[in-house]
Design a protein around this ligand. Structure first.
Ligand code: TPP
Ligand code: MG
Length: 579
């Protein structure tokens, strides 16, 4: 008896301790501080999710991969660490891919980890379960894409993915993990040794002294300077340095949508409400983490006026320079280092812009704000956008720490203009693409990553793209208050079918829909609000209680305009005019 026991004990001692692909991926993520996964389970990653949860990673399970992906993308923006999204093969991967492309376009660090099917069968196209050459498909839509075939390579692959996502201009990275990899077994000690902790994942990139001097010379020559802050500036978390640069220079600043709050919208130098004036009349424009894409009319044309304009641009990506117009002073480097260098140079004998220029901007801004003020105080029922948003504007002023999520057309454009932001990175929205569907994923990640209450201002169409995630919000009991601006449709609910047929017009939804009932179905609070007073009460209650809440805000179906503020981008049919 004793002999038998002894022989078993000896065998166990001799047996090397093992680890496998499942555990190595988990260990590699944890080693690098990636402690949250947003995803949807299924073959081949179900057990991986379970084991990750067992090992202390927060695994948030969504109803659709796209929402999980958007959550991961904005987690990356908010934390400067790659947000991780986990999906199954082919269809799950494709559902997550839109978010990966969105992350890349918006310069958010994100890693999409997808399980994939048997390589041998996929490559011979023999029809495997969820067969797809995912690596090839992901490649053009992200910064980098890697596939891991050997468990011993997991450590290095995760390290590369992290570095690729956050260094330089951040973006999306794809990591392809074939089913077989998870079960691959290797010696535990060798596995442990193979893990890599990424050192200095996003190294500072110091701008050349010449480029800084050139930029300062151009800035000094300006009579009517302007600073434009993009979401890159917000991402950089160089808040104090940017504030110091703006205030020391005395130059009016214009925040792009997600840069609102980097300095308060109520700051005396904020030109947000004088946008058209500063774009037209400025002579030197300093872009900080803002690209001259469509959101800034490519830096030319009518909205920029006829006055000659010089651009200084701070960006980490050298290829960004001269993308649309000539950049006379490119400053290439990370925003923190570039702003610090400018600030250093500006300290010596800087003359603030003339009262003539700053006074003109301030007057225009104050006039525009005064013009809007009475509209924000109406108590109409059904509500118009201004009445409803006037209420939400006050609520955010009283709760500046709350996160604000915003999507829609009119609901987006008007909320952006009306709701002032007071702190950095509190406003998250449709970003570079004007994408619908980010809403609930952003709400979930914002609540998880910041621990702050979240207010989502959602068009009824926009909400529909990710509406099922209200179950996820209820399941994790997140402090999210969703206000659906229900105007019965896309842009407005009043279009008619010109044929007189039974189908409603393509932009029109069910009239009088009650989105609040969706939240009630999962145990959250639902409220139907028909006036600004009712809306105010319901939102305040939700923000105080922290209970998942959805408020169906009844908006006049005729209140909106085509495509919100960007109707000019719609192609026009010449034939219409012939009739
Ligand atoms: C993924 C995606 N699909 C479609 C669109 C086109 N689109 C732009 S705004 C919008 C919805 C606008 O309606 P709503 O959210 O109800 O806002 P409203 O103007 O009615 O306030 C749509 C479908 C888009 N931007 N993104
Ligand atoms: Mg609508």
């Amino acid at each position: 008896m004793t002999a038998v026991v002894q022989s078993i004990a000896t065998a166990a001692e001799a047996e090397p301790e093992l680890t496998d692909g499942f555990h190595l991926v988990i260990d590699a993520l944890k080693l690098n501080g990636l402690n949250t996964i947003y995803g949807v389970p299924g073959i081949p990653i179900t057990d991986f999710g379970r084991m990750a949860q067992a090992e202390g990673i927060r695994v948030l399970s969504f109803r659709h991969e796209q929402a999980a992906g958007y959550a991961a993308s904005i987690a990356g923006y908010l934390t400067k660490k790659p947000g991780v999204c986990l999906t199954v093969s082919a269809p799950g991967f494709l559902n997550g891919l839109t978010a990966l492309a969105h992350a890349t376009t918006n310069c958010f660090p994100m890693i999409l980890i997808s399980g994939s099917s048997e390589r041998e069968i996929v490559d011979l196209q023999q029809g495997d379960y969820e067969e797809m050459d995912q690596l090839a498909i992901a490649k053009p839509l992200c910064k980098a894409a890697f596939r891991v075939l050997h468990a011993a390579d997991i450590g290095i692959a995760v390290a590369r993915a992290i570095r690729a996502a956050v260094s330089g201009r951040p973006g999306g990275v794809y990591l392809d993990l074939p089913a077989k990899l998870f079960g691959q077994v290797i010696d535990a000690a060798a596995g442990q040794k193979s893990l890599v902790k990424v050192i200095d994942a996003a190294p500072a990139q110091i701008p050349g002294p010449d480029s800084v001097k050139r930029a300062l010379d151009v800035l000094k020559s300006a009579k009517k300077p302007l600073i434009i802050l993009g979401k890159g500036a917000a991402y950089a978390q160089a808040d104090d340095a940017i504030k110091a640069l703006v205030e020391t220079s005395g130059i009016p600043f214009l925040p792009m949508s997600m840069a609102k709050g980097l300095l308060p919208d109520t700051h005396p130098q904020c030109a947000g409400a004088a946008r058209s004036t500063v774009l037209k009349d400025s002579d030197v424009v300093l872009l900080i983490g803002a690209r001259l894409n469509w959101l800034l009319s490519h830096g030319k044309g009518k909205s920029w006026g006829d006055a000659p304009k010089k651009f200084i641009q701070i960006d980490i990506e050298p290829k960004e320079m001269d993308s649309n117009v000539e950049i006379v002073a490119p400053v290439v480097g990370d925003i923190s280092s570039c702003v610090a260098a400018l600030l250093d140079g500006i300290g010596k004998g800087w003359t603030k812009p003339s009262d003539d220029w700053t006074g003109t901007v301030t007057k225009k801004r104050d006039d525009n704000i005064a013009k809007m003020a009475p509209r924000l105080m109406n108590n109409n029922s059904p509500m118009d956008y201004h009445g409803a948003l006037g209420v939400l504007r006050t609520i955010i002023a009283e709760r500046p720490d709350a996160m604000l999520v915003n999507e829609g057309a009119n609901t987006l454009d008007l909320a952006r203009g009306i709701i002032d932001m007071y702190k950095p990175r509190k406003r998250i929205d449709v970003g570079t693409w004007g994408i619908m569907g980010i809403g609930m994923g952003y709400c979930i990640a914002a609540a998880i990553e910041t621990g702050k209450p979240v207010l989502a201002v959602e068009g009824d169409s926009a909400f529909g793209f990710s509406g099922m995630e209200v179950e996820t919000i209820c399941r994790y009991n997140l402090p999210v208050c969703i206000v659906v601006f229900n105007n019965d449709g896309i842009y407005r609910g009043t279009d008619v079918n010109p044929t007189g047929g039974e189908d409603v017009a393509p932009t029109v939804f069910v009239k009088g829909a009650r989105y609040d009932k969706m939240m009630e179905a999962f145990g959250g609070v639902g409220v139907n609000a028909t006036s600004p007073d009712e809306l105010k009460r319901a939102v305040n209650e939700a923000m105080d209680s922290g209970k998942p809440t959805l408020i169906n805000a009844v908006i006049d179906p005729a209140a909106g305009s085509e495509s919100g503020r960007i109707g000019n981008l719609n192609p026009q049919s010449l034939l219409k005019k012939k009739k």
